[in-house]
Design a protein around this ligand. Structure first.
Ligand SMILES: [Zn+2]
Ligand SMILES: [Zn+2]
Length: 377
């Protein structure tokens, strides 16, 4: 196995780097090596874990002190337990927003239990229109969500007298276990198996919630859609997930599904659409106006002599950039509209046009040659 790199070196900071410097460097490196940005790249995956591990240790004052004294050979063994560091799932969005502290604060000392009990996270899908994403829209959604049962205050017991302190863990919900790691003995904390970590044994269950401590209720939520949100973005509402007796609520995630627009396709901040035009409009040029996502009409100037499959660009009228200022562009692909049926008079008009606009069959070889040359250029 390769020699483990120095944590300061991994983060590219000096030994006396302060918290902000650590965080800044961690954010930019974690973004660079994030698996979402480097799919199927095992080198990036390794670096991502390395950066996470270095930050997890150096951002914890106690662990940093240990590391400064002993390097990787801390007498307490690896701070991550016998399995070593496993990596953490970090959302790309968490790297931009807040959130990373809470991810790393829970890493030491046996994982979940050290953070206390948390209810389950809940995922809700919600569809919104492209217009809603254009501006920072505030919308209201209603959903059946769990909240603490009112009859038992979330305890799950019929009466307060039915709650008994668990004797196995003495009401702590956690038990200490000792594990041997090489020559060292490590203390491990885990949920008490008898009370499932709640610290209590329920003698008679609450009839309203059948002892679960929570009930599902239709609830209204106001959510703010971030400007320029992309399809699949997840918004986190802390503490709005499943409740749990004697613990913190889980989080609620709202997964945004962006509905199809009647004519636009989206490519990040840019919008793409096809514009069918009749032969005369293409030849003579025209101006087209369409309702647009920003409320002002989108005016498309088609120049005379435009050709099918050419594109026109309207700058700065696309979606807002997710970060920073400004907007993307609108790309318009021109299509030739050919009527499906011709009546007699249309046919004769076309016949009349043939000598002036048609391409004589005698010139076809030159035309084919030119076309090929254009494509090569
Ligand atoms: Zn217990
Ligand atoms: Zn109840």
């Amino acid at each position: 196995m390769a020699e483990k790199r120095d944590y300061y070196e991994v983060l590219g900071v000096s030994k006396d780097a302060n918290e902000d410097e650590l965080k800044k460097s961690f954010r930019s490196l974690a973004r660079k090596f994030h698996p979402d940005k480097n799919p199927d790249d095992s080198e990036a995956e390794h670096l991502f874990k390395e950066v996470q591990e270095a930050y997890a240790v150096l951002s914890n004052p106690e662990q940093r002190r240990q590391y400064d004294m002993f390097g990787h050979d801390s007498p307490g063994g690896s701070p991550f337990g016998p399995g070593g560091f496993q990596g953490v799932n970090i959302n790309l969005d968490d790297l931009f927003g807040g959130g990373i502290e809470s991810i790393f604060s829970g890493i030491f000392g046996g994982g979940r239990s050290s953070r206390g009990r948390r209810g389950q996270d809940v995922l809700l899908r919600h569809s919104i229109s492209l217009e809603n994403v254009y501006d920072e829209a505030e919308i209201e959604i209603s959903a059946k969500l769990s909240s603490a049962c009112e009859s038992c205050n979330g305890s799950g017991a019929q009466t307060p007298g039915d709650i008994q302190r668990c004797s196995t863990c003495d009401g702590q919900g956690r038990i200490m276990q000792q594990a041997r790691v090489g020559p060292f003995v490590q203390q491990m904390v885990s949920d008490c198996p008898d009370c499932a970590g709640s610290g209590n044994i329920i003698r008679k269950r609450c009839s309203a919630c059948r002892g679960s401590g929570s009930v599902k209720r239709e609830q209204k939520l106001r959510i703010t859609i971030p400007r320029g949100a992309e399809d699949g973005l997840r918004l986190r509402h802390r503490g709005k997930g499943e409740p749990i007796a004697n613990g913190q609520h889980g989080d609620l995630y709202i997964h945004l599904d962006i509905e199809y627009h009647p004519w636009f396709e989206r490519d990040g901040p840019d919008l793409i659409m096809a514009l069918p035009l009749g032969f005369p409009e293409m030849m003579l040029g025209t101006q087209v106006e369409l309702p647009h996502i920003d409320g002002k009409p989108l005016v498309i100037d088609v120049p005379a002599g435009a050709k099918p499959s050419e594109t026109l660009l309207v700058r700065g009228r696309g979606m807002p950039h997710r970060r920073g200022r400004g907007r993307g562009d609108v790309t318009i692909l021109l299509k030739l509209h050919v009527p499906e049926k011709f009546n007699k008079s249309m046919r004769s008009t076309l016949e009349e046009m043939r000598p002036s606009f048609g391409l004589p069959i005698s010139d076809i070889e030159d035309a084919v040659r030119r076309e090929a040359q254009d494509r090569r250029n």
